[in-house]
Design a protein around this ligand. Sequence first.
Ligand code: LLP
Length: 419
Amino acid sequence: MDHFNLIDGELHVEEVPLARIAEAVGTPVYVYSAATFQRHARAFRDGLAAIPRAHFAFAVKANPNLAVLRLLANEGFGADVVSGGELARALAAGMAAKDVVFSGVGKTRAELDQALSVGIGQFNLELEEEGVVLSQLAAARGLRAPATIRVNPDVDAGTHEKISTGRAENKFGLPIDEAPAIFDRLAPLPGLNLRGIAVHIGSQLQSLAPLERAFERVGKLVADLRAAGHTITHVDLGGGLGVRYRKDDNPPSPAEFGAMVARVTRGWDVELMFEPGRVIAANAGVLLTEILWVKPGAIHPWVIVDSAMNDLARVALYDAYHDFEAVRPSGETMIANVAGPVCESSDVFAKAREIDLVKSGDLAVLRSAGAYGATMASTYNSRPLVPEVLVSGNRFEIVAGRISAEAIMAEEHVPDWLK
Ligand code: LLP
């Protein structure tokens, strides 16, 4: 459920007509619904209400906008971060350092030290050497860093290859079979409080079965580690729950996910940690765009919009599907391709799709763009960086400005010896 609805034939975000935002801010622009973020955050927490001790860390990579992070902090979420930049954002948004988890396969020594200096809640280690270095850095500060090791359970998440992380051949996590020996070697290090296990097998999962298999393997590992004398107090189950992009997608609900987690983790006696991203953010945002031209095509017309693959990369990168809807639909449709202005044949949002009938000057949205949308934008083709607007009820506010091509150019410099 979201709060993007037709009111009197015109698409609104909550109570605000999208046309009003286009007029005030221009296009393309990401538009988020605060009520939808809240709804999804609460549905996720409610789905896991049966878990005795749960910690919720929003995967900042999905939508790092400061206003979004603040909204989620107000809903009791901490953050799952993967860089010093994301850590700085979580703190700037008002999240407590102790509620931050640091994931990622390539943390730099400087980032580990930055995270230690602010006292984050947990480091998810990706390799043994990282644990050794973290211990040294922590000990030098007189600290013991709270940490888990992230295991790779060798489970196929059944999702797009480029967003799958839990198979043995992926770069993520430690092979689960080697985890006990690595745990034995890292646990005694003076700068570590090695207290648990983390797992994350991929994103946009449409079925609970792979998650369940992965969690069962983690449960067995926890039992083995305890039998070997280790104290295990935390298990981080990652993110990955899929969302509905197409009308006939049928992803598991947070309640179904919660029921599975409760069943599989019964008796684990740990604090369970979750890192949802997409399920909170995807359907809380749209990319609002104007139709520039309708260009005749060899088979179907090309609807050329003013947003492009640099603003929303998911279609070009993963062949992702995003619904395309007119802001003022007439009820008539057309079969068309929808494409952006960027000079690449991959800058196509939809091919041979039945869409609302549109003409140049009309407004339209690409739906489900609140996760992995603005955050993956670039300035390719020297296009400005797309702005973001947050709507709540009848008000809206620009929460990230459009960064102009000129502002980016101002950071560049031609050496004197070329002049
Ligand atoms: N935790 C870890 C360690 C992760 O790597 C990720 C996502 C998450 C949590 C959040 O997963 P979610 O709940 O959002 O599925 N750019 C791609 C998605 C990349 C996901 C990367 N990791 C896309 O647009 O589909």
